[in-house]
Every structure is written in structure tokens, then in C-alpha cells.
Write a protein that binds this ligand. Sequence first.
Ligand code: AHR
Length: 486
Amino acid sequence: MKNVIVINTNQEQKTINKNIYGHFAEHLGRCIYEGIWVGEDSPIPNTNGLRNDVLEALKQLHTPVLRWPGGCFADEYHWKDGIGPKEERKKMINTHWGGTVDTNEFGTHEFMQLCELIGAEPYINGNVGSGEVLEMQEWIEYLTASGEAPMAEERKRNGRSDPWSLTYFGVGNESWGCGGNMRPEYYADLYRRYQTYVRNYEENNIYKIACGPNVDDYNWTEVLMREAARYMDGLSLHYYTIPGTWENKGSSLEFTEEEWDTTMKKALKMDELITKHSTIMDKYDPEKRVGLIVDEWGTWYNVESGTNPGFLYQQNTIRDALVAGVTLNIFNHHADRVQMANIAQTVNVLQSVILTEGTKMMKTPTYHVFDMYKVHQGAEALKIQGTEKQTNVHVSASKNSNDVIQVTLCNLSSTESEDVQIDLRGCKEALTNVKGTILTAQEMNAHNTFDNPDQVRPRSFEKGRIEKDQLLANMPPMSVLLMEVS
Ligand code: AHR
């Protein structure tokens, strides 16, 4: 049976915030150290200590925003330990993630330079759990103040005369869990207090993000919105796709068809979560001024055997590509409320877009989905009808400033191909061109390795065609398809 989907090309809904395509890098395992930061003296080609291959790959993705330093690490991080001459920086133990020694070689200056080099906006997450208000206040001053402010003077002594521009700042991370095990009422009050001192210096204008709910903790959203909505610009949401249980999450590479289906079902839950949290937010913020910031999402499996359990290293297959495609489609549908999302995590941790091993680097299937979907960044979301009735096909669409219609489709079935008919309604001019790009594989666990880094990669798709404003295609099982129509 054909999947019939209607796209109203003249009913634009909302601009898709490019930050929906954001990333997250924590001091966790081999994400920052090794994955991004190798140090100036490393034989791995680098720019001031940041590895060039990773910089290039992130630039190519048009990475719009990067969240740092955590995660759970954020509420243990004391930023002053990460500035000044590297050899004098105090070491710390990363107690949450494997008890490793963090040399603090990668700190504020290194992060801000990373963002500059890849063209991303920085999103810094402050420490509420074990940090003081003054510490947070001074971090903002250090980053964004000029003139004779004491922290600005210190920044200048450390080699940076101009303030940076910083828009996104998170006040605590998972304050209901690793960030302090707080109750929402208590955190709401703390949020109100801490955010008071997150000041705007000169032209800088900070978008303040409060810690939001874990998965379906709707009470957290209710309390935070009721008590603190007027003091925030964004509220975060964390949701991970875990095929198994928390204790036994399942393997990244060895799984059954049933586990494939469960994974897809759990990925689709993101839609329900956003809808329900957003409905609560609507009660206090009908104008949708406060953005929902999904600043941690992605698949989470058991760590690869032989790797440090605290490092959360996992492989990445075509299954992860489908999870990414579906989730990004969902964010596009909710472009009116979701203003940012950050997949966890950029390199070597959970659903990474990049994996490294010594000098080697490779792009995962998830990377390729972000590369294909980047056309949606800043485009106008288009209204879709009919997809809800489809079981295997999941779609979102947008229109760019040149009136090109960009449709991204996922065939979630691991066994069935799917015929798709997309009725493109309301086009000003006849559509004649279609350019297709597909990511697919023959095996459910197809993935890239350092020896075979291009096993799963996008290819040109020639089988999409237009017949009288109908876009037609046959999608192979487990595929992500981009069609650009003009
Ligand atoms: O991304 C890994 C961890 O998951 C983060 O540190 C934490 O915020 C979440 O629980």
C-alpha cells in the first residue's frame, strides 16, 4: 500500500531554528580529551590543540551551537581552574565519569576558540549543584564584560582582550538528579536566585535556560513554569532512546529485529514528550516565548566491551541514523516551541557524530543524517498531513529562501520497502526538478569502522520523480531520504 502524504507548500508554519541541529560536548570519557582536544604538541594535526580533522567535520555540518562543559560534569566544574597558564592549572578528578584526572587544559578560552573555529554559538552550562552564585556571576563577567571589570581584567591578563559574545547559558544541569537531587520547588527558587546574577554586560544579551524535566516528569515542568517562567527564556528537556532497561540497555551492534522495532518506538516517544510538556508550558506561556531546549537526546546502549564503563563509548549503526532522522523530523514539526536541541554527544560518547582512535577519525551514520538535514536549518517548516496514519514512513519538510521544498523521510522498517506519494499542494510554479540523497544499508547493524569508514554513507538517489505535483519514490527498508524539489 502506498504512503500518501500531503504537504501544503504555501502554508508555512514557523522558521526552524537552526539550533535544533546543535551538539553537546562534555568532559566525559574521550569526548573533549582525545576527541576534540589533543594539545598543541600532539602529532595529530591541530590548531592550537584542537584536532583539525574534527574541526573540519564539525564545520562541514554547519554546527550551529555547541553545549559545554556538561552534563553532570557541569555541576562539578569550577571554571577558574580552567584559565591561565596551562602548566599552573589545578587538576581535578572527574568523579562522575570514571574518576579520571582532568588536567583542566581545556577550559573557557579553549572552548570559545573551538566555537569560533567551527562557526558555532557557544552554550555554556553553569554550576548550581556545587557552585556558588558569585562563581557563576564572575564567569559571565569574565566572558562578556569589557572595561575595568575585575574579571575582564583577568581575562585580558590571560590573553584575550575583547569580551566574547555569549548568548546561551544554562543554570544547572539535571538538578533533579546528578545536579543536586533537588525537588522542583527548591530548584525553582534557586533558579530565580542564580539567574538574577547572570547579567547582561554592554551589548551582550543572554538567553537563560532553566533545568527542565527528566523525560516525562510533567510535574517538574508545571512547577518550573508556574514559579519561574518569567525569569527564563528556555526550559530544557532530556530524553534518551534506550532499547532495553536502564541496567541492561542493549548492545549497539548486536540486536534483533524486535529490538530494532522497540528502538524506533522509543525514538518516536519524543513527539509525545514535546507535545505534553509544551501543553503545560502553553498554560503559563501561550505566546510560546519560552523555548523548549532538548539539550540532551540520542541513543544510549551498553558500553562497548573492553571499554571503561564510565566513558559511555558506543558504536553507531544505520539504526542510530534512523533514530536521528525521526527525532530531527519531530523537532521540525515542533519548530514553534523547540528552539534548540543538542545530540549527546559530539565525539566518542553515546550517539556520536564522530569517532576517533589515535590519529584516525571517522564519521558515523548519525553524522551523515545531520549533514543531509542541515538544509532545514533556518528554513520555513511546512505543514504535513497524512503521516500519522503511516506506520513505517516518517517525514518532515521545509521551504528555503529560494523556494526549494526540502523533504526528509525515514523508512523505519528493517524489512519492508515503502512506496511514497507526496502531494505537493499550493505550489506557485510547476515543480520539475528533484534531487535525492539517500542513506541506507543492507544489514540492521551496518556501521563504519576505522578500516572501512565509508561503509554507510549517503549516495545520490535517482529514483525520485515528479508527476503533476506529486513526488513519488520507493524507499528501501531502513533508509533516510532527502529530496530537494524545485
Ligand atoms: O550525556 C551523558 C549524561 O546524561 C549527562 O552528563 C547527563 O546530563 C545525563 O544524565
